[in-house]
Write a protein that binds this ligand. Structure first.
Ligand SMILES: Nc1ncnc2c1ncn2[C@@H]1O[C@H](COP(=O)(O)OP(=O)(O)OP(=O)(O)O)[C@@H](O)[C@H]1O
Length: 241
């Protein structure tokens, strides 16, 4: 059975249809890339799955239960976590306190010593072992991204939505970032990632969905999709393909 199911999901902003009748399913354990040119509706799709934007039409289901229409916190409690294109941290708090905020507001909150132990485990998982007391505003860009991922993982999601999590990293950081997402994938996490870094898409995604002007134009195994003439024309250009 599908973990995530979008059926004819549409988002209209006034006269603009940002996402137009988008349908796809994710099976548990898949890592799928959501690709497309700037403005094609990828982030809007993530925003509807995670409840940050209501759908105009259509429905989103998680594990067979309809989640469209629920608030973002209810959807998070049901198992959807996400990262944002622009990292959302609490800069005046420490790294550990940032993760604690996620632990405290999840479906089964953790506090005190249990939370401390869990924070250390989560920070180690994302490559920030021993950094709980460091102020969040002193982190480098990649470490901020790692912390944001720890916050997402703190909610114990069944589905992780990554919005350009690898954008803006230098080649060494990119390698480390790809390795980190690979380890999540290997742990069985279901991941939907919006990404423009094609090396990362090739390394991480078994399957890709491509959008153009709000509409799905391709969906299939990564190698097939990335050589699809319509995808090359609309998004990749000959060089990238
Ligand atoms: N809150 C909003 N109000 C009005 N228009 C919006 C809003 N959010 C997105 N849009 C528009 O919807 C379209 C799709 O935007 P979206 O951010 O989903 O694209 P994207 O594929 O994620 O692009 P990028 O790769 O640049 O992040 C764009 O035309 C955008 O300007």
């Amino acid at each position: 059975m599908s973990l995530l199911s979008l059926k004819s999901v549409t988002k209209r902003f006034g006269g603009l249809t940002a996402v137009n009748g988008l349908s796809f399913d994710l099976v548990a354990g898949e890592t799928v890339g959501l690709l497309g040119p700037n403005g094609s509706g990828k982030t809007t799709a993530l925003n509807m799955i995670s409840g940050y934007l209501p759908v105009s039409d259509g429905s989103v289901a998680l594990g067979g239960d309809t989640i469209s229409g629920l608030s973002p916190d209810r959807i998070a409690h049901k198992g959807v976590a996400r990262t944002f294109q622009l990292v959302r941290a609490l800069p005046s708090l420490s790294v550990g306190e940032n993760v604690l905020a996620a632990l405290a507001f999840r479906r089964n909150p953790l506090w005190g010593r249990d939370a401390e132990v869990r924070i250390e485990t989560l920070l180690a998982q994302v490559g920030l072992a021993g950094r709980a007391r460091q102020p969040a505003d002193s982190l480098t860009y990649i470490d901020l991204k790692r912390m944001e991922l720890a916050r997402a993982l703190a909610t114990e999601p069944s589905l992780l939505l990554l919005d350009e999590w690898l954008a803006g990293l230098n080649p060494t950081e990119l390698r480390a970032g790809i390795d980190l997402i690979t380890s999540l994938r290997e742990s069985g996490m279901t991941i939907l990632l919006v990404e423009h870094v094609m090396d990362a898409v090739r390394a991480l995604c078994s399957r890709c969905i491509v959008m153009n002007t709000g509409t799905k134009i391709a969906d299939g195994p990564t190698a097939d999709v990335l050589s699809d003439p319509e995808v090359v024309r609309a998004y990749l250009g000959v060089e990238d393909a």
